[in-house]
Design a protein around this ligand. Structure first.
Ligand SMILES: [Zn+2]
Length: 371
């Protein structure tokens, strides 16, 4: 009898036990392993799953555990072996154990993350998306968050036809304002900010430390404190990773699946979700936390924490369609306004920008030279 592509080994040698995740459900299966011409996983004597040794790949795992996947098994199926002797036996059988897992390089972070995502998809099914998003957000590695932010940025530019405003004196004024707020918020210089040329009055934070202001919001602003308050509020969202949470929440299961296969850039879910980064509203709790940072920053700067609320109220006034404005993503509830008013103090710090700098910032999207 031909025993297949392996070698003509005798009847399967008994192995130890292991934990098997079938990649379809959230449940753990205790299986008994047997080392035949293929690896055999027995949950009961009469059922066996067989994995060819050549298809078995190591995936990220906690130390002390060998976790493997199989190229010819369901993509999310995993086998976990804690017994060192059994793990050693399996390693000795699998010559290609450490070759790249499905043909992608540098994805170990994503593979590791995919375990979390797998569990989370099950959590989405069991508990619904909000809870899963909450649990998942802290697990997203920062490098991945930055990549997501980069992609979201491109999508947002495409969706909104955004163009970065780069009038030199306007940029200098914007940098001064951003730095004052950032330093007061105790955040480092990795934060990136820009003004985009769009009439939509909005500001938003992207995963990975980017904050964007649409020129439409600058146009509505009457003083630097209003913009400083908004910037501090967005820093609050960044600090609490709210935009990442929202992205997971809005992209839902399909976004998680996109992450699983490392195909973030091609993910239709992200195209959908990046628009929702701008339009979907944050939770009441996220808004309160972002306001807390904004109020603290404005107090430290000796400026009015109420200014941001006044700006948002002004935006509400005449807009026919608020669906894309700052109001939709950062709903201004009565209690938010009341709190800002309550926290207001007499101005005690120097102006954040001179009148001239403020004028430059307001015209940041005007081209500097005309010929
Ligand atoms: Zn907000």
């Amino acid at each position: 009898m031909d025993s297949g592509p392996g070698n003509g080994s005798a009847s399967p040698a008994p192995g130890g036990s292991a934990i098997y995740f079938d990649g379809m459900s959230n449940s753990r299966h205790l299986v008994t392993l047997a080392f035949g011409d293929r690896l055999e996983l027995h949950e009961s004597p009469e059922t066996a799953i067989r994995w060819p040794y050549a298809d078995i790949r190591r995936v990220d795992s906690p130390s002390g555990t060998l976790r493997v996947a199989c190229l010819t098994a369901p993509a999310l199926a995993r086998l976990e072996i804690r017994d060192a002797a059994v793990a050693a036996e399996l390693i000795s059988c699998c010559a290609q154990l450490d070759e790249n897992f499905p043909g992608r390089r540098g994805v170990s972070a994503i593979v590791g993350w995919s375990i979390a995502a797998t569990v989370s998809i099950a959590a989405v099914v069991q508990f619904g998306i909000p809870l899963a998003a909450d649990r998942l957000t802290p697990l997203v590695p920062q490098a991945l968050e930055r990549r997501i932010g980069d992609v979201a940025e491109k999508q947002i530019n495409a969706v909104f036809g955004g163009k970065t405003c780069d009038n030199a004196s306007g940029r200098a004024a914007f940098a001064k304002l951003v730095n004052a707020v950032r330093e007061s918020a105790g955040l480092d210089t990795s934060i990136r900010t820009a003004v985009l040329s769009s009439p939509i009055p909005n500001a938003f934070a992207l995963p990975g430390g980017k904050i964007y202001l649409f020129n439409g919001l600058l146009a509505k602003a009457e003083n630097p404190d209003e913009i400083a308050g908004v910037l501090a509020h967005e820093l609050g969202h960044l600090k609490h990773r709210d935009s990442t949470r929202n992205l997971i929440y809005n992209g839902g299961t399909s976004f998680l699946i996109g992450l699983l296969f490392g195909d973030i850039t091609g993910s239709g879910a992200l195209i959908f979700a990046s628009r929702s980064l701008v339009t979907a509203s944050y939770s009441r709790e996220a808004e309160q936390n972002a306001d807390t940072l904004s109020i603290d920053v404005m107090h430290r700067l000796g400026r009015s924490p109420k200014a941001m609320g006044e700006l948002i109220l002004r935006v509400t006034g005449k807009e026919v369609d608020n669906s894309l404005s700052i109001l939709s993503s950062h709903p201004l509830t009565e209690d938010r306004l009341a709190r800002m008013s309550r926290e207001d103090r007499p101005v005690s710090g120097p102006p954040l920008l001179t009148a001239e700098e403020w004028a430059s910032l307001k015209s940041i999207c005007k081209s500097a030279s005309k010929l």
